[in-house]
Design a protein around this ligand. Structure first.
Ligand SMILES: Cc1ncc(COP(=O)(O)O)c(C=O)c1O
Length: 398
């Protein structure tokens, strides 16, 4: 059976992680791996999560199955957190929410649902996008295409080109959008662009599939979903894949949700039967641990306030690193080329340099980032900013 298989190349991020670990230099800086780090370099268990987890462990009397849709109170809270209580789809009972194993699980569930409903649909991904989108959406057999999104050299969105390309997409196609904190570019649509995009999708009868992995990391819990809420309010149908890995810091516990909105309440019910059958055929039931923790945090005012305070601190730490690095690079280059770092959102931005320059930063200066020059700003520490800025300036000088 297996003898003809040849080994695959190591995943780029995992490869980078092992290179970083093996690097003995005291100067080394890890801007590669996409996890939040606090000022001590840790990816902490949030205090709210720890408190909720303790009371959960004390109160838990069974480990029996919950349900293929996961925990009902968690799903309900996700609807309010993401869509907002007065969202027209919630008011009209046209939205359904199913817990999933992480944002990845939710993306795959959504892809399988599209494949069931319309196997010939093409899923349009932003160029560039997160490396896992293509396998998560394409491995179930859907065809993929890409739309221009960002000019890495000019550090700006290619919104007009994005519109041109999507104008030519076939009705019934799917457009995958990053709801906020675009990975890898950090460049998000503004309010006007979300409105224009909503008009285009409606006119061209395209289905939006929103990936929400960083709610609260950009401008705040509410501001980060303003575009998503507009789009899902005006369009008849939509999918949203939600991840709580980053904003609750529960990465390994695998917590996410798929929100699906149908044109009518009965259609939403039908979709739910399909989503649950798909889930049964892949993993049967999502893990409950983090869902129980999250449901407890969302429901208890004290814990919720504590979580929002911690989330805000994470958001501010990233914004501060962005400002410090942009300023340090301005001082060293004498120009405004790197101002974009302070204006973009979330953990990631692309420096905009060549793979060779990325390799020089790693080999000469022990600074690790992805080959497309994606940096995780949440991996940077304030005391390393001058060193990183000096190194970038020196490598870019040649
Ligand atoms: C853009 C994007 N979408 C989705 C995810 C899903 O993450 P998870 O499956 O760990 O919740 C991530 C995580 O890195 C991401 O960056």
């Amino acid at each position: 059976m297996f003898q003809q298989l040849v080994p695959l190349q190591e995943d780029a991020i995992l490869g980078l992680m092992s290179k970083f670990r093996a690097d003995p230099s005291p100067d080394k800086v890890d801007l590669g791996v996409g996890v939040f780090r606090d000022l001590s370099g840790n990816t902490p268990v949030l205090a709210a999560v720890r408190r909720a987890e303790r009371s959960l462990l004390d109160a838990q009397t069974t480990k029996t199955y919950v349900a293929p849709a996961g925990r009902a109170e968690f799903n309900e809270a996700v609807g309010e957190l993401v869509l907002g209580g007065s969202h027209p789809a919630l008011v009209a009972n046209r939205a359904r929410i199913v817990q999933a194993p992480g944002g990845c699980g939710a993306l795959r569930l959504g892809a399988e649902l599209i494949k069931t409903a319309r196997p010939q649909a093409i899923v349009h991904l932003s160029d560039p996008t997160w490396g896992n989108h293509a396998p998560l959406l394409g491995n179930c057999g859907l065809a993929l295409a890409s739309y221009p999104y960002y000019d890495m050299k000019a550090h700006r969105l290619r919104f007009a080109q994005m519109q041109d390309t999507l104008e030519r997409a076939a009705p019934g196609d799917v457009v995958l959008l990053h709801a906020c904190c675009h990975n890898p570019t950090g460049a998000d649509l503004d309010a006007g662009q979300w409105h224009e995009l909503a008009d285009l999708l409606q006119r061209r009868r395209l289905l939006p599939f929103l990936d929400l992995a960083y709610q609260g990391f950009g401008e705040g819990l509410e501001a980060d979903v303003a575009g998503l809420r507009h789009l899902t309010s005006v369009l008849p149908e939509a999918l949203v894949a939600v991840s709580f890995s980053k904003n609750l810091g529960v990465y390994r516990e695998r917590l996410g949700a798929l929100i699906f909105i149908g044109e009518k309440s009965t259609e939403a019910d039908t979709l739910r039967t399909h989503v649950l059958q798909i889930a049964r055929g892949i993993y049967s039931m999502p893990p409950d641990h983090a869902a129980a923790i999250a449901a407890h945090i969302f429901a208890e005012p004290d814990l919720r306030t504590s979580w929002i305070t911690e989330l805000e601190a994470m958001r501010r730490r990233i914004a501060e690193m962005r400002s410090l690095l942009a300023l340090a690079l301005k001082e060293r280059t004498g120009g405004s080329e790197f101002d974009f770092l302070a204006q973009q959102h979330g953990m990631f931005s692309q420096l905009g340099c060549s793979p060779e320059a990325v390799a020089r930063l790693r080999e000469r200066h022990h600074i690790y980032m992805l080959g497309d020059s994606r940096m995780n700003l949440a991996g940077l520490m304030p005391d390393k900013v001058p060193y990183v800025a000096d190194s970038i300036a020196s490598v870019l000088r040649g």
